[in-house]
Write a protein that binds this ligand. Structure first.
Ligand code: HEC
Length: 103
């Protein structure tokens, strides 16, 4: 009985990871505001992390920001997000921060 329960668990856990549906714009916006906002401030005016308003990041290109999001800033509290978001999702976040209108 217990064997049946335990042997079926890993397969379903793995499937749900593989089949994670792509995040839509709404999900990504929520993520930027909540997950990034927890350090950078809910209105991106800074907190533990530096402010991320368009004028604060004007010197970065979209590619620079995408790389920072994917790899973090080693040696600082800015974590890498590569395990959590795809490169496309990171680029969406970069455009969102730069312009406030990623579409
Ligand atoms: C655990 C806290 C934390 C979280 C969560 C976090 N950051 Fe950061 N971030 C930092 C810190 C601290 C810095 C400043 C590093 C330094 O230069 O000292 C930083 C720096 C940055 C920079 C560079 C800013 C500059 O002016 O050089 C960008 C861009 C950035 N974060 C984007 C993001 C995005 C987008 C997210 C969400 C996907 C995010 N961060 C989530 C802590 C965090």
């Amino acid at each position: 009985m217990m064997l049946t329960v335990f042997s079926s668990f890993p397969a379903s856990a793995q499937n749900s990871t593989l089949e994670r549906p792509a995040r839509n714009a709404h999900d990504l916006e929520q993520m930027v505001r909540q997950d990034c906002g927890s350090c950078h401030g809910m209105t991106f005016k800074g907190g533990l992390g530096s402010p991320l308003l368009p004028e604060n990041i004007a010197h970065y290109s979209i590619d620079d920001l995408t790389t920072i999001i994917l790899d973090g800033l080693p040696g600082t509290a800015m974590p890498p997000w590569r395990a959590i978001v795809t490169p496309d999702e990171a680029a969406w976040m970069a455009r969102y921060l730069k312009t406030g209108d990623p579409e």
